[in-house]
Design a protein around this ligand. Structure first.
Ligand code: GLA
Length: 767
């Protein structure tokens, strides 16, 4: 809800209130952003006061109180007028660089469609504040979007040149927010290939911090999502603010803590290789930034963003809809496949309960490795002699949906496309463009290239009757021609144009986002893709922390996680398929291993996993997500709280002797209700016990011998038993006790044998 009271604007969401004012120097200031305030109260006590003038200030106006722009919590800032903090807007032009935008008018409208960017859907009110610098003949609009039900507030700006002289934008952020310094810590997320979403927590000293990306995409190096939290804020309690951008390109985040005790937060398009010229009558619109507040810790903050992504961001046709369980052949075959192999995998996948079959890289051109054919999306006849349509028909006939991998933004030098159109690749005028993963990037700023991409995709999607596509993007951009002064930005606008076109041509096509795993999972991409491949790292332990940290910003419903072979291709660590499932099931489940190599015991395990997942799919994809402990604590617990049930995923780090008593932290149960609890049944590999197995067998068994291999491949040993009834109030106490972990002595029904990096899934069902 947005209310206008005197010269204040009050934006209320279910979890926060933002109070803006235009009473000071006709500038827009944030008077309050935090916990939701009661409606219709006197807001005077929260307003900033300006009785005294700070020493050595540069005063904007001598009339009335002597106020400097340095002193007010401005929602935007331009330099050279007394505000010596980090500016959010820098314009240089024929008339100079001094811009003094003052309040002119406002309106409250229904959420408008954004120009060139994805627009969140659903109902939302939007406050538009128009500011003007008459002398410079320029207008600035600040837009505030109130996603009331989600608990999220959007912010973006539009700058307009009303004069004849040219204006050149050097910097224009989407959001500037000034908060009182209350000892915040900055939580940011860095990463790299197969190692996305590492959490970094740092105190905010009296310095200016800046991070972002200029690879051409939002990247895994530094996420545009970040948090400011009070020191004592934990997963479940305490105050924090979160910020993100609905944008997939280069971005810049800045936090400045000045000596007056104000923290200025700025986020938007990166200033590196960005300059936009505005001629008379032209305007520039920034992407939208979003922010949320939580008084209930990091989980509370995540819930705001989860609601926002589920209800307002992912394509409407897929919002809150169940996602299919998929099989992807990548780690199972890589480039080595033919129709026979694919069909036998598809049949096996169907038998195990999979719903969607995805043929990954290698089906087009003459692609036998990553050296060729990107750009040529005609079928590789040697591998698939009956064409895509033939394959698609056979897969559909099995009762599976069918999908394909593409890398639409890339071009191989060894391709028909490159031979015909070398100019389609991004390059500067004087160097041979650098390769990344043996490929170049298509110049999406060129309309002819965009038309080519749209056309190729439409042809294949139509001909192969696809239900799904995986859209990959495997390298960073280099060698741009800087005569286009905002090339990187225009590239992203070009990408959005293509995506818009594909989305409207195939509204029921399930599109999965991928960028070598998670190098471009952002709110912009999720506006077109209802799920994303989280990481190329499918090792369950690594993956568990990637998923957990990503969960602070994005809901499990957009996270595609696969159970891959026991030996991780990324780390060579061995974990059981059940452990992999216990991690992968928090989100959208998939399988990515050679199903024809499975032992009988593994087939049984996968069937049981899929049955379990189908039964609890709604909870696992759309339940309320809680993270309790993570990585650093040597164990991680995630709870998905659904309707009358909850599923908890427990992941252990390193196991140690003499285990301590362990409890399962949980929340959200009905105190008065009773729940059936159980551990998802799993088998233990007898080989795990080495020669210790002889302690319980009547005959001698050799540690690596034939006999143990037979038992290992066919039967396994039953893991611990753990089931019963428990009151909701005990579960809510956070002290629900688990069996002791194996600690070097004793084995039985009441001992949890997890080993290093083991995991379990617990189920709670209301009676
Ligand atoms: C990227 C993706 C993988 C797979 C390969 C195919 O690395 O992240 O999942 O699709 O490309 O080349």
């Amino acid at each position: 809800m947005i209310k206008h009271v005197d010269d204040l604007f009050v934006l209320s969401t279910i979890s926060s209130t933002l109070v803006l004012s235009v009473r000071t120097l006709k500038k827009v200031t944030t008077e309050y952003f935090g916990k939701r305030l009661s409606d219709d109260i006197d807001l005077t006590p929260i307003l900033h006061t300006y009785g005294a003038t700070r020493g050595r200030s540069t005063i904007l106006e001598k009339e009335g109180p002597n106020i400097s722009l340095n002193d007010i919590p401005s929602d935007f800032s331009t330099p050279l007028l007394g505000d010596y903090n980090n500016p959010s807007i820098i314009i240089d032009g024929d008339k100079g660089a001094v811009y003094d935008f003052r309040f002119l008018s406002f309106e409250i409208i229904e959420h408008r469609k954004k120009n060139g960017y994805p627009t969140p859907h659903g109902k939302a009110q939007e406050l538009v504040i128009l500011l003007q610098d008459e002398a410079m003949e320029a207008e600035l609009e600040l837009h505030y979007v109130c996603y009331e039900e989600a608990g999220v507030i959007g912010r973006y700006a539009i700058l307009r040149n009303k004069g004849k002289e040219e204006m050149r934008i050097k910097k224009i952020a989407s959001l500037q927010l000034v908060l009182d310094d209350r000892g915040y810590e900055l939580v940011s997320f860095n990463g790299n290939w197969a190692g996305e979403w590492n959490k970094d927590v740092a105190p905010i000293h009296k310095l200016r911090y800046s991070f972002g990306s200029f690879t051409g995409s939002s990247t895994d190096y530094n996420q545009p999502f970040f948090i400011l939290k009070k020191k004592e804020c934990s997963y479940l309690n305490g105050e924090c603010y979160g910020f993100n951008l609905i944008y997939s390109g280069n971005h810049l985040e800045e936090i400045e803590n000045n000596s007056y005790g104000e923290v200025r937060i700025i986020t938007g398009i990166s200033t590196l290789f960005f300059e936009k010229s505005l001629k008379e009558g032209e305007e520039f619109e920034t992407p939208e930034a979003v922010m949320a507040f939580s008084k209930d810790g990091l989980n509370g903050l995540a819930h705001n963003f989860h609601r926002f992504v589920n209800n307002n961001i992912v394509p409407e046709n897929f919002a809150l809809k169940p996602r299919p369980i998929l099989y992807n052949n990548w780690e199972g075959t890589y480039f080595k496949f033919d129709e026979g192999k694919i069909m036998s995998l598809a049949k096996k996948a169907k038998e195990l309960g999979v719903e969607l079959f995805v043929l990954d890289d290698g089906w087009f051109g003459h692609r036998d490795s990553d050296n060729s054919s990107l750009g040529d999306y005609s079928v590789y006849k040697k591998k698939l002699p009956h064409g895509l349509n033939g394959l698609s028909k056979r897969i559909h006939k099995l009762g599976l949906q069918f999908g394909l991998w593409f890398e639409p933004e890339a071009i191989s030098e060894d391709s028909e496309l490159f031979k015909a159109h070398p100019e389609y690749a991004i390059k500067d005028r004087f160097h041979k463009p650098l390769e990344g993963r043996n490929q170049l990037v298509l110049d999406l700023t060129n309309p002819e290239v965009r038309a080519y991409v749209i056309n190729s995709l439409k042809t294949v999607i139509g001909e192969a009757e696809l239900d799904y596509i995986k859209w990959d993007y495997n390298r960073c951009i280099s060698n741009i021609d800087t005569r286009d002064t905002s090339f990187f930005h225009n590239y992203i606008l070009g990408l959005y144009e293509i995506l818009e076109e594909i989305k409207s041509a195939f509204p029921n096509l399930l599109m999965e986002n991928c960028a070598s795993g998670g190098a471009r999972n952002d709110l912009g991409m999720f506006s077109y893709f209802c799920q994303g491949w989280v990481s190329d790292d499918t090792d369950s332990f690594q993956r568990s922390s990637i998923q957990a940290n990503m969960g602070l910003a994005y809901p499990p419903s957009v996270m595609d996680n696969h159970v891959s072979g026991k030996t991780s291709h990324q780390l060579l660590r061995k974990t059981s398929l059940d452990t992999k499932f216990d991690v992968a099931c928090i989100g959208v489940l998939g399988y990515e291993l050679n199903l024809n190599d499975l032992d009988p015991i593994d087939e049984k395990a996968i069937k049981a996993q899929i049955e379990f997942y189908k039964e609890h799919r709604e909870t696992l994809q759309y339940g309320t997500w809680y993270l309790f402990e993570s990585y650093e604590d040597n164990r991680q617990v995630i709870e998905m709280l659904g309707k009358d049930e909850a599923v908890a995923s427990y992941v252990l780090g390193i196991s140690r002797p003499n285990p301590k008593q362990e409890v399962l932290p949980l929340t959200g149960f009905e105190d008065e209700a009773t729940y059936d609890y159980s551990v998802r049944p799993t088998k233990l590999d007898p080989k795990r016990f080495g020669s210790l197995i002889n302690m319980v067998t009547p005959i001698h068994i050799k540690e690596e011998g034939k006999l143990v291999n037979i038992v290992s491949r066919r039967f396994g040993l039953d893991a611990e038993k753990f089931q019963g009834e428990v009151s909701g109030s005990i579960l809510n106490s956070g002290l629900f006790r688990l069996h002791l972990l194996w600690g070097g002595t004793g084995f039985g029904e009441e001992v949890r044998v997890l080993g290093d990096f083991g995991a379990r899934t617990y189920l709670f069902k209301k009676k």
